[in-house]
Write a protein that binds this ligand. Sequence first.
Ligand code: IVH
Length: 669
Amino acid sequence: MERNDAERKIEKLRNQLEEYGYHYYVLDKPLVSDAEYDGLMNELIELEEAFPELKSDTSPSVRVGGPPLPHFEKVEHRTPMLSLGNAFSDQDLRDFDRRVRQVVGDEVTYSCELKIDGLAISLIYESGRFVRGATRGDGTTGEDITQNLRTIPSIPLRLKEAVSLEVRGEAFMPKRSFEALNEAKEAAGEERFANPRNAAAGSLRQLDPKLAAKRHLDAFIYAIGSVEGKELHSHHEGLNYLKTIGFKINPESAYCESIDEVIDYVNSWLERRADLPYEIDGIVIKVDNVNFQEQLGYTAKSPRWAIAYKFPAEEVITTLLDITLNVGRTGVVTPTAELKPVTVAGTTVKRASLHNEDLIREKDIRLGDSVVVKKAGDIIPEVVNVLTELRTGEERPFSMPTHCPECGSELVRLEGEVALRCINPQCPAQIREGLIHFVSRQAMNIDGLGEKVITQLFEHGLIHNVADLYKLNKDELLQLERMGEKSVNNLLASIETSKKSSLERLLFGLGIRFVGSKAAKTLAMNFPTMTELRRASYDELIAVNEIGEKMAASIVSYFEKPEVNELIDELASLGVNMTYKGPKPIGEEEIADSPFAGKTVVLTGKLQALTRGEAKEKIEALGGKVTGSVSKNTDLLVAGEDAGSKLTKAKELNIEIWDEEALVKAISH
Ligand code: IVH
């Protein structure tokens, strides 16, 4: 075939397959038989093989999966991927409604959706083409899983409009695919996946897209992260728009005029959820009106305009076989219930934390007891209570030891604490846990260094402190169990990358008492180098907002220790970054002086120098509030190119109007 003919034929096949795929996977209304579809797909693949220069990232043929990746790249989200506050009862929903109405008034209406139990994803389209897909990660940084997401047939590769936008949704494994996958795994003598969510997560974490392609995943899109040049007034309008441009939207969502209607919707799904072809773990309730959403705003973690109703946790009875003890990073000794394995909410539970001695006494938990177990928030196993009526008399009370089960030194109970602690700084358990903490996601975020690998490294004597991590070499790592050449190379690469982490990650990773990840960030912003922080006095520390006396004292005494200073110097000499790399903090005077302080600002039209999200962030950091529509409460309108109705309205209302240049000037000094 001539190249020209091939090109035409390829384009025709792509359009046809796209349309058939859309009808099959998105609308669930097939136009042709599977055999016909497969036939056309094979024809397309053959032609693309014969004319490789005509291949395209958005061709339906990429659904079969491309070549494996060496590792996933990290990607920063344009705006953080937040989580949702939880409601567990009708009362919680009514409280939510009351809080909402206090802010926006009684006109509020809600959009209710199923809470799909899968994996949050972000998809970016440029001029209608799918260019990047990522996992949620820690909310700020996720992993680039574009290749795997392309294999999900309901995720459009080209939209029906050439728009640029980011959408968010949930990738999941339908119940039927999950069962088939587990049957196949069992037949092959492999371990089953615990639940569809783990199976979906495992599939999307495959570096080989061909494997992901075989897992029959699906995705519902439930929100627009940002869209250029389009005004949306309500959540349900957004969903309809998403549907018209080719996304798969969950068909069960409902528009509710009152909280009573919301509660009816929620209750109706308590029974019906079992009949759905996919798993849900609750209902998401969102304030429908976009202006109202903006007025309600966000907490650090979640929007105030939405809430997740979580279905009541399943409770199961099992036997408490034993209580074991764990020594944590800070020396706290935690008793753990060893349970006769039971399935709770889809996964096997063998263990549950009992937290401390007081709790064991309060609940009168004895070895051999029949206990009720549930998963709190559907994740963390918990012993709810003891069924004392089932006691036989064989049960034995439990008492905490007087000495550390790991190093044998005497345990102490610090004043005002319920916990028992091992205060030996050389205790191997504490050192090991400290290492695990150092490499964890919120700290130095070293991929491939989980609890198991750290434990092995520690037990082989290859690492004694966190600096040793940066001295590991290939030969040493190759000695470990299940560590091939490839994983060793990946591991060394991520250790190397971690050296560049911004100061707050290191500070959090070092595990200074009372310094959590948020405090670490505050510290790094105010003392942007390790040298400055080490030198900071108690008074300088408490002068910083958000740093209290307890934390300041702990920091000072931490940096007084010679072994700490030795360790930090060693880390620095091994190339670990000791400076803060994030944005500069904005001082209070700067906010007070800013032209945006206390002002309500509306952005409209196209901006050149920065995105709307960036502009909003800056204005908010400088004490302003950014809303979506012009009203008499608006103080300032920033009009970019091609501003339309908002500009007209602002003029009518005599509102101050700026162009982009004025905005850039105001935010850049
Ligand atoms: S809206 C700002 N809608 O639930 C957060 N989330 O904690 C916006 N989820 O992992 C989330 N179904 O991926 C929303 N219909 C739905 C959802 C949904 C599932 C997940 C989401 C996130 C978690 C929210």
